[in-house]
Write a protein that binds this ligand. Structure first.
Ligand SMILES: [Zn+2]
Ligand SMILES: [Zn+2]
Length: 179
């Protein structure tokens, strides 16, 4: 009877021991896996050695809560994603630089427009001889050499409504010396 009881007790002890060992092995495996996962993930997101070490340290010290903390605080993009976004933005910037904009209202235009469709600004005109687009600044067509009728600059040189002369002394009294 006593031997049976002893055997029972030792059997339970063995079962408990085995379960304990399995639990420890399972926890260690999970711990190791979480550290390995963070280590590989952090290397895809930053090249900074300090950030990499801090990232790996979180699951090493805090285990599962450390992984949660790491996921909350890691850089949102992987290096690959960040590079792709930079390329996309560069491509967009190049595209924007290649597209002409109206110098008055800054809207995008097509390069063959002769007037801004948004504000009416004269961007240029078609050559009377060869019909190609001439920007407003040109006095001569670059393609066929024919002179334009009236350069836009002479029209703008004369202000239609000059400021009254009374305005000058009023401005001069406010601090600065008129010169
Ligand atoms: Zn415009
Ligand atoms: Zn021409």
């Amino acid at each position: 009877m006593t031997t049976l009881a002893l055997n029972d007790a030792s059997l339970w002890a063995l079962v408990a021991q085995t379960v304990g060992v399995f639990a420890v092995v399972a926890i260690l495996t999970l711990w190791f896996a979480s550290v390995a996962w963070v280590a590989s993930d952090v290397r895809r997101r930053t090249t900074d050695a300090t950030e990499q070490w801090l990232g790996v340290l979180a699951p090493v010290v805090l285990f599962i809560p450390g992984v949660v903390l790491y996921v909350a605080m890691r850089p949102p993009e992987t290096l690959e994603e960040a590079q792709e976004r930079r390329w996309e933005m560069e491509a967009l910037a190049l595209q924007a630089a290649a597209t002409p904009t109206c110098r008055v209202c800054q809207r995008r235009l097509r390069d063959d427009f002769i007037r801004c469709p948004y504000c009416g600004f004269a961007l240029g005109e078609r050559c009377n001889t060869c019909d190609r687009f001439n920007p407003a600044e040109w006095v001569v067509c670059a393609y066929c050499g024919s002179a334009k009728k009236a350069p836009v600059t002479t029209r703008r040189a004369v202000p239609p409504n000059p400021e009254p002369a009374v305005a000058q002394p009023v401005i001069a009294t406010h601090g600065r010396v008129a010169g």
